[in-house]
Design a protein around this ligand. Sequence first.
Ligand code: IPE
Ligand code: IPE
Ligand code: MG
Ligand code: MG
Length: 338
Amino acid sequence: MHDTANAASRPMPPTPNGLDAIYGPIGDQLVRCEEILRKELRSGDPLVNQLVEHAFRLGGKRLRPALVLLAAEAAGEITGEHLVLAAVVEMIHTATLVHDDVLDDAAIRRHVETVNFRWGNQTSVLLGDYLFTHAFHLASTLETTFACRMIGRATNRVCEGELRQTDTQGKLSLTESEYLEIVEAKTAELCACACRLGSHYAGATGDVEDRLARYGRNLGIAFQIIDDLLDLEGDEATIGKSLGTDLAQRKPTLPLVRLWEVSDESRRRELATIMGRSGNHRREALEVWFASSDALDYARQKAAAYAQQARVELAPLVPSAARTALARLTEFVVQRRH
Ligand code: IPE
Ligand code: IPE
Ligand code: MG
Ligand code: MG
């Protein structure tokens, strides 16, 4: 059961220390991005204001805006356009979270109750739409249509990934490559897009832009694999969102995909029975299975390999504080507990 009353009354943690240090070179610009978000999302309607404020409560890592800004700084200089783009990608990301929490029937997000838990699914669907449309409206104020085109394409792919994932519910025979395709679409695409936009609007060459987009893609895959591990073994109070929802929704993620892969027929039948049971005691029931297999380590190593791939993309870039920060992010995503 989700302990929503306690979670709502817990003190709000600041942006995790490790991230504050990594974001050092773009600290001021992140503050300005927050100001744009606050100003842009102010509405004449008090309910809309309340909902938007709630969805943007503290606790979000602001990873995608940071990627826009760091990619810009690594490839050239941050401009006013980047600040707008940083706000746009955070709006898109938050919209996907508001909708994702409906899909996953989640109760906690960013250390507070989800919009669906407090206001219901109808409100969540509409608030997500409000954030998506606001993001595109804001992106359309930029000189060129490049940002709208890239963000439209990336958001499309995020939706494809989430749609494909709904089709995997209960499908224990999901292959690793099918899993990775979903992760690439639902999570890595927006990270790649953030890096592409940052570098493009800083006047980077096509080569550098593609390189930073590949960095974002690999980082995003590593990030989601670790997120899936945290869903199994993380601590809700630390991470500030509902965990165990992947198993509750019978979504096979990499550890389970691996467990299935290395199990013989009789163990697969047992696994299928556990996953098929009603109620949600799967996380507890599978603990011993994970403890006696390499599945969790396997997933962790996969994440580390993608993070390493991301780092490789940075090597030819001119050394800078931003490039160092991007490299440190590749370490953060695999070590994070939140
Ligand atoms: C959550 O993203 C959704 C995933 C892609 C796993 P974050 O973990 O970046 O969420 P916030 O923005 O910090 O709340
Ligand atoms: C969803 O993945 C990622 C999105 C693109 C929204 P998850 O369902 O694992 O994200 P969390 O764990 O709810 O943040
Ligand atoms: Mg979810
Ligand atoms: Mg998750």
